[in-house]
Design a protein around this ligand. Structure first.
Ligand SMILES: [Mg+2]
Length: 259
């Protein structure tokens, strides 16, 4: 029987707290141009919709440049969905993972320097999330944000909403380890059952279920995030994972477990 409330609450950022779809498309487009792909200055019509459909495929930022390049090259979203090969598309750009990651970070830094307000406003927090976070930050639960983007970008977006987490509680890609390793460290020396983790990517949750040290942790798939109906169904059938709706996230912890 899991505890009725966590001592440690680990939250993914994109697709759980914040929807930055407009920003991802724009930044990935600019990064592709930066990487030398012969792309026109403005994203073509329909890119946003196709990208949004494919966003569940993305684990890390560099893959977003692969999505944009594949779509720009004329690949059909349905084909990419069935057979997603980000490394191959990146090689086709051509770029390496490191170059794509660096280009994306640089594009973001330049956008923020030129138009911070426009950058911030290309993101929106999901309804009720900011209020929930503000309530949590003032309480006894240790809230951690674990993201595959640079931690400073997530921190800046949270700060804008008046959510200031203590130092070290926003763990981004600068941590250079998979989320399961970060989670393992968070519970090191303690009881994993004290930790709850909310994530919108099913594959990441599945990876966590393979970690013996995290066997007692409660795992939630954010139904409102970047995942597909098929993945939500699979999560619903998975005894280890709880499919969480946004209204439950906004409610008190015991409601989260009332499947
Ligand atoms: Mg996510």
């Amino acid at each position: 029987m899991p505890a009725r409330a966590p001592a440690i609450l680990a939250l993914d950022f994109d697709g759980v707290l914040c929807d930055g779809m407009r920003e991802y498309v724009e930044s990935a487009w600019r990064a592709c141009r930066r990487l030398g792909a012969g792309a026109p200055p403005e994203p073509p019509a329909g890119l946003f919709e196709s990208f949004a459909r494919l966003r569940p495929l993305v684990e890390s930022g560099w893959e977003m440049t692969a999505v944009v390049h594949a779509l720009q090259a004329g690949a059909a979203p349905a084909t990419l969905e069935q057979d997603w090969r980000p490394e191959a598309w990146l090689a086709d750009l051509p770029a390496t993972r490191e170059a794509a990651t660096a280009a994306l970070d640089r594009v973001r830094d330049e956008w923020i320097a030129a138009d911070e307000r426009g950058w911030l406003e290309s993101h929106r927090f999901y309804p009720g999330v900011v209020e929930r976070l503000r309530g949590l930050v003032a309480g006894p639960v240790a809230v951690h944000v674990i993201t595959t983007k640079e931690g400073r970008f997530a921190r800046q977006l949270l700060r804008r909403q008046g959510v200031e987490l203590p130092a070290g509680r926003v763990l981004g890609k600068e941590a250079r380890r998979p989320k399961r390793a970060t989670l393992r460290e968070l519970v090191a020396g303690g009881d994993a059952a004290r930790m709850w983790f909310v994530e919108d990517r099913l594959a990441t949750l599945r990876d966590v279920t393979a970690e013996p040290a995290l066997a007692g942790a409660s795992l939630f798939l954010a139904a409102w995030g970047y995942n597909t109906p098929k993945e939500r169904e699979a999560a619903g059938r998975d005894g280890r994972i709880v499919l969480l709706a946004l209204d439950r996230f906004a409610a008190d912890f015991p409601a989260w477990l009332e499947g």
